[in-house]
Design a protein around this ligand. Structure first.
Ligand code: SF4
Length: 375
């Protein structure tokens, strides 16, 4: 079982808070990029060692900028070179301004069966300072359009911890996505990354970010409102109605293999992690010359142990102690710490699967760090 991630490194404009890899000036080499990514799919078909492909994920960047032929050519490269499962999940990240009736028809025609929509906020001021390409009107209408086009497997992204976001304002955003009737919601706290315009705005005092108490109150409200409305918090930032969990992301969290293609994409094969050069022109030149564009790190025992622990504890799937002990034997101090957390009711251990309780999820990073193997 494995997944394929395709990174489309194009965006219409640069969102203030974003530190992902993309370019806003790409038209001159757009076609070459698609051909290069397709060529990478062919050349790296051995990476997943014939594992069955269960998920394909178009991320970025803004993959909703691709036209039908571009999407089809990338999917063809996968279908022709990998063992693809019949009921595969094919996700596409889409920005609200790209969700038109024509695009929806094209996406369903090529087999996209799950959309991840970056709504982020329903306030004009927020969308403006974030420099998002879409309007509130587009945010409010795009979900219905997708549903009308027959795409029911929808997830929407929201951001909390925004400057000047009151608890009642946040409540209204959550209520809006509940009212949309979507079966999946992802919500992330605004983080100020080093090389972003937001970082400069904060440093210059033009934007004041929310404090930890506000963020924590907003997170707790999110969890309680979504749970009251039938969503399960199956990962700290991800909420789903039964059967609508993201298969692609769930596989990441369970430590399954994946191949990432396109500039800056990461891959994982159980023992090593690889990442492509995060530069469009260098990537294109390397593909053309059949030169190297990937760096690889063989993960140490400590890395593998800590990563599995960290991601597992963030999910309802938890951490399988049998699986963990295959990476490295569990020592007395690990077991003692687990007992302490179980005693505090931050964690449960059912049949050797460690799962955080609701209280424990609020302290997930701390708990994981206490259980880590330190070099
Ligand atoms: S659309 Fe997405 S990837 Fe592009 S700049 Fe905005 S947040 Fe970043």
């Amino acid at each position: 079982m494995a997944g394929i991630y395709i990174h489309i490194p194009f965006c219409k404009q640069k969102c203030t808070y974003c530190d992902f890899h993309f370019s806003t000036t790409f038209e001159e080499y757009r076609q070459k990029m698609i051909e290069s990514i397709a060529s990478e799919l062919v050349s790296r078909q051995g990476y997943l060692e014939s594992k069955e492909i269960r998920t394909i994920y178009f991320g970025g960047g803004t993959p909703s900028l691709l036209n039908q032929n571009e999407l089809q050519s990338l999917l063809d490269a996968i279908y022709e070179n990998f063992d693809v499962k019949d009921d595969i999940e094919v996700s596409l990240e889409a920005n609200p301004d790209d969700i038109t009736d024509e695009n929806l028809r094209d996406w369903t025609a090529v087999g996209i069966n799950r959309l991840s929509i970056g709504l982020q906020s329903f306030k004009t001021e927020d969308l403006e300072w974030m420099n998002r390409a879409h309007t509130v009107e587009e945010a409010l209408t795009c979900v219905q359009k997708a549903q009308d086009a027959g795409i029911s497997n929808l997830t929407v992204d929201l951001i909390y911890g925004l400057p000047n976001l009151s608890l009642s304002g946040w409540k209204a955003h959550i209520q809006q996505v509940i009212d949309f009737g979507v079966p999946h919601v992802s919500a992330y706290c605004l983080t100020v990354e080093e090389n972003t315009a937001l970082n400069s705005l904060v440093k210059n005092g033009k934007i004041v970010v929310s404090n930890e108490d506000q963020q924590s109150d907003q997170f707790k409200l999110l969890v309680s409102m979504l749970e009251e409305n039938g969503f399960d918090q199956y990962e700290i930032s991800n909420f789903s109605k039964a059967g609508f969990e993201s298969k692609h992301n769930s596989n990441y969290w369970k430590g399954e293999w994946y191949l990432g293609v396109g500039p800056s994409a990461h891959s994982f094969n159980g023992v090593s992690r690889a990442w492509n050069v995060a530069n469009n022109r260098k990537y294109l030149a390397a593909i053309e010359k059949k030169a190297n564009y990937t760096e690889t790190e063989v993960l140490s025992v400590e890395n593998r142990f800590n990563e599995y622990l960290m991601t597992g504890l963030r999910t309802v799937y938890g951490v399988d102690l049998q699986k963990l002990s295959v990476i490295s034997p569990l020592n007395v101090s690990f077991r003692t710490s687990c007992d302490v957390f179980i005693e505090k009711q931050w964690m449960t251990n059912n049949a050797d699967i460690l799962v955080l309780t609701k209280e424990g999820r609020l302290k997930a990073d701390y708990i994981a760090s206490e259980l880590f193997i330190i070099d």
